[in-house]
Ligand binder design. Sequence first.
Ligand SMILES: Cc1cc2nc3c(=O)[nH]c(=O)nc-3n(C[C@H](O)[C@H](O)[C@H](O)COP(=O)(O)OP(=O)(O)OC[C@H]3O[C@@H](n4cnc5c(N)ncnc54)[C@H](O)[C@@H]3O)c2cc1C
Length: 379
Amino acid sequence: MIPTLINTFSNCSLIFMKTTSKFSKCIRVRYQHSLYDMAIIGGGIVGLAAARELILRHPTLSFVLLEKEKELALHQSGHNSGVIHSGIYYTPGSLKAKLCVRGATLTYEYCEKNGIPYKRCGKLIVAVEREEIPRLKALYERGQSNNVRDLCIIDAKGIREREPYCRGLMAIDSPYTGIVDWHLVSLTYGRDFQAAGGTVITEFEAAAISSVPESPAGDTSGIKFPISVKSLKGDEVQCRYVLTCGGLYSDRLSEISGCSPEPRIVPFRGDYLVLKPEKHYLVRGNIYPVPDPRFPFLGVHFTPRMDGSVWLGPNALLAFKREGYRPFDFDLWDSIDALSYRYSHLCYLDILTHTVKTRIASIIHFGNMLVIQSTRISK
Ligand SMILES: Cc1cc2nc3c(=O)[nH]c(=O)nc-3n(C[C@H](O)[C@H](O)[C@H](O)COP(=O)(O)OP(=O)(O)OC[C@H]3O[C@@H](n4cnc5c(N)ncnc54)[C@H](O)[C@@H]3O)c2cc1C
């Protein structure tokens, strides 16, 4: 394990790379003050993908990615269902629809090129009640308008052929949907960013963003790099542009960068159940219910994972900490923020109704839930 010094285009910051496995970690050993063309705040998949793309498009500029944790992608990007969505759900013509459809293809290409394992195991969206069929058909039309690949409608017999232990009246079959470890994808983006000359600074929690004060005589850095990003510990980065990609703290970063804190983040935690290993044969690909258009969720679903396990979830439970993964995690500031948000009571009511409904629905529709261990997956 030989430490290597990397040049950070800075006046006095030293970053050492320590090779631990296929992926390298950045360890900050001494840090005071640095100058960059652009600072990206947040080392989740959004920040890492943006940083990677920016440095590849503008190789002559200097970039730094600032992450508050010791490691990259520890939050949403490392805690999700691991599905490569094919783009069925979004409003045709919307940016989300275009990005999702194109993103799926780019994801498969990127995984192939970088040796990241994935499975194109497909997905069924299953209608189990007659009243769901018009919504299922409308969803299918949406998927067609979005140019989702290989989409088709199948009947009860088709469902049994695709998923022998699943029962339903009609389903959308999306063979282009897949699964991947998004945490690994995020780390690989980070590796590309660093290989292209980008700097990653971990344990830098951006706490203040401001214009730099007047520079001392002869120092022009304040003119060239007019933005100052300060960490909680008092470290500082100066730059020309800032891009914030703070995930569950995006509203607070928006606020400290002089923009609106709204919409606010109201935290809900999603728990998953895991199928007993001896019952894995029950589920081949992703199995989703027909989503209820009143809620911003795709519904509780079965998802095979890259490690061979099968998860059922997520539910949505009110959380008292934004990045809290255990039932009793609590943060006073996060709780006050959520409870005082003027729209939060609507969220709670909606989600409570949804959770109760989907839990009941899961038990009725997926009788096999009875064979699921009541283990919570809370990494
Ligand atoms: C339960 C669940 C299941 C999901 N399933 C899927 C799925 O199957 N497929 C799919 O495509 N998507 C899925 N998603 C969505 C997907 O995970 C997220 O959209 C994505 O990970 C968001 O990435 P992000 O970079 O915006 O946020 P994050 O991954 O949360 O990253 C934000 C980063 O910013 C850092 N940060 C925050 N504040 C600061 C600060 N002040 N200074 C420095 N750093 C800071 C955080 O530490 C964090 O590392 C799911 C999401 C959830 C919650």
